[in-house]
Design a protein around this ligand. Structure first.
Ligand code: NAD
Ligand code: IPM
Ligand code: MN
Length: 349
């Protein structure tokens, strides 16, 4: 089994190292790692954020473990050369359309949540975010209006096939959970969302056991903070899912805790923390690696058919937290390395 390691920028390499140490501690037979540069790091070395050899490795691998991309030094580059284009490129090239972002609270972290513990306690939601369409991939550009003003534009569009396939991913995810699916859109304003809602209803006919409801995205943001326990599975578009998953992370304790899986139609996947490259703390050994370690667990479960070691990682993270592990984002002072060590130590129990 070949795992592509794409550490990227900022804290990406720092958190990937810890996830790899945890995987190595499990001593899984036949797991091979191969690393390639991506993002700003790749631009600086090869003049492109997604070099051919990196994309080739991503295609060859059975699964991809990804850190983060984004580097303030690169923010003024032409858009196609910016680090963020690399992750968008991998998602699109590999057709990783279904992005699963689970937000649940480890009970020990109730005090770290931005919500009151009695509200935070109930959060256990899977956000199923569409990942290869929407305003992210529509036509975009800069132009001049008739009045001579600069105008930026990004077209938001979904066709019915794109919506139907993420709808199925949403219904199937809900079926494996508590059979409640909330589709989040902005159908009161956007045509894209009206089609989204119509297709969700059409596809729901094939999943009579799943209770479907619809919610506007502004209300969904409010409801996630007011009463996160009402949600089981959320299915939503690329942009809304990006925003709601960062929001959900703080309900569950920290952006440093949320893992993700980005899957294609055949089970191949890219696994990455929901957070970014965190340039404000990069190189300081302060990053919480648990989101990436939990992403490695998702990788074992979803792409490598190894649910037992996946369970072991998740149990070890829970034990390390119960034993008092807290990185700075969780109100403690553990370093990135100490957090990795704590999980590895917990694996031995
Ligand atoms: P960010 O998620 O990188 O950071 C937001 C805040 O959360 C920062 O204060 C950061 O220090 C903190 N934080 C994030 N991860 C943490 C962790 N593991 N432990 C402790 N604290 C953590 O978001 P941003 O600042 O908006 O973006 C920074 C860069 O990352 C940008 O270039 C952005 O485009 C990129 N980005 C990349 C990805 C990705 O690669 N998938 C995701 C989000 C943002
Ligand atoms: C994420 C990130 C990316 C996104 C950026 C870096 C392109 O924010 O993975 O959540 O918007 O999808
Ligand atoms: Mn994001």
């Amino acid at each position: 089994m070949l795992v592509a390691l794409l550490p990227g920028d900022g804290i990406g390499p720092e958190v990937i190292v810890e996830a790899v140490r945890v995987l190595e501690a499990l001593d899984i037979h036949g797991l091979i790692f191969e690393e390639a540069p991506i993002g700003g790091a790749a631009y600086k070395e090869y003049g492109h954020p997604l070099p051919d050899k990196t994309l080739d490795l991503a295609k060859r691998a059975d699964a991809i473990l990804f850190g983060a991309v984004g580097d303030p030094d690169c923010d003024a580059l032409e858009r196609h050369l910016r680090p963020e284009q690399a992750i968008l490129g991998v998602r699109k090239e590999l057709q990783l359309f279904a992005n699963l972002r689970p937000a649940n609270l480890f009970p020990e972290l109730a005090d770290a949540s931005a919500l009151r513990p009695e509200i935070a306690r109930d959060i256990d939601v899977m956000i199923v975010r569409e990942l290869t369409g929407d305003v992210y991939f529509g036509e975009k550009g800069m132009r001049t209006t008739d009045d001579g003003l600069r105008q930026g534009y990004d077209i938001m569009a979904y066709d019915e096939a794109e919506i139907a396939r993420i709808a199925r991913a949403g219904f199937e995810t809900a079926q494996a959970r508590r059979c409640k699916l909330c589709s989040v859109d902005k159908a009161n304003v956007l045509e894209t969302s009206q089609l989204w809602r119509d297709v969700m209803v059409e596809v729901s006919a094939d999943y009579p056991d799943v209770e479907l409801r619809h919610m506007y995205v502004d209300n969904a943001a409010m409801q996630l903070v007011r009463d996160p326990g009402q949600f089981d599975t959320i299915v939503t578009g690329n942009l809304f899912g990006d925003i709601l998953s960062d929001l959900a992370s703080m309900c569950a304790g920290s952006i440093g805790m949320l893992p993700s899986a980005s899957l294609d139609a055949g089970g191949k996947g890219l696994y990455e923390p929901v957070h970014g490259s965190a340039p404000d703390i990069a190189g300081e050994g302060k990053a919480n690696p648990l989101a990436t370690i939990l992403s490695a667990a998702m990788m074992l479960r979803y792409s490598l058919d190894m649910s037992q070691p996946a369970d072991r990682i998740e149990q070890a993270v829970a034990k390390a937290l119960a034993d008092g592990l807290r990185t700075a984002d969780l109100g403690g002072s553990a370093t990135t390395r100490q957090a990795g060590d704590a999980v590895i130590a917990a694996l031995a129990h």
